[in-house]
Design a binder for this molecule. Structure first.
Ligand code: HEM
Length: 174
């Protein structure tokens, strides 16, 4: 057992990926709710959902980015994996900045139950960066194989349980 399991998760069960589900899901909802409002499908409800989801997304981004960053620190500096992961970092930070700007510049319209066109445009740009970052995150895992154990014949109950599997820290670049 290692102390770092507390923030990195145990081998086979990193903490960053499930947090990304919550973050991406929340920003996706914000984009969908804002779309409903700016296209007139909703009268106010979409605007409230949009702005509150942006704030919730920004809050969930904190542990998401932190756990990703702590994993990133374990990667060999300058390696090909590091280049992909660093691009992922930059793209996700960019997405976060756009969502934060959307929340800041959209606050006035939200208080009137509306989604301003400009703030929604910032949301859509943030969403585009979020999808690009997700693509790059996938490359970290599915191309470079970071934190992948590939234990195809691991008994299912052991595979899903939070027990530390065989350590492969060298292979995963950490
Ligand atoms: C809004 C913030 C972020 C989101 C939504 C996000 C999303 C993702 C996604 C979707 C993956 C692929 C995992 C999977 O397939 O389930 C991933 C992996 C990864 N991300 Fe992020 N990421 C964010 C921030 C960061 C930051 C700031 C870093 C720091 C460099 C980072 C580093 C990593 C690393 C190292 C992996 C490989 C898997 C792991 O170590 O857990 N991420 N990320």
């Amino acid at each position: 057992m290692k102390l770092s399991y507390l923030w990195r998760g145990v081998p086979g069960h990193p903490i960053h990926p499930p947090l990304t589900d919550a973050t991406i899901g929340t920003y996706t909802f914000a984009t969908a709710a804002g779309f409903a409002e700016v296209t007139g499908i909703t009268q106010h409800a979409g605007a409230y959902g949009w702005w509150i989801a942006l704030i919730f997304g920004l809050i969930v981004t904190i542990p998401t980015a932190l756990t990703g960053f702590l994993d990133w620190l374990t990667i060999e500096w300058g390696s090909e994996l590091w280049k992909t992961a660093s691009t992922h970092l930059l793209v996700m930070v960019t997405a976060t900045v756009f969502f934060a700007l959307a929340a800041i510049f959209g606050h006035a319209s939200y208080t009137h139950g509306n989604t301003s066109g400009g703030a929604y445009a910032l949301t859509v740009i943030g969403f585009a960066f979020l999808m690009l970052g997700g693509w790059l995150g996938g490359a970290i895992v599915f191309v470079h194989g970071m934190r992948v154990l590939s234990l195809a014949n691991e008994p299912a109950e052991r595979a899903v349980s939070p027990v530390p599997h065989a350590e492969k820290d060298q292979a995963e670049g950490g």
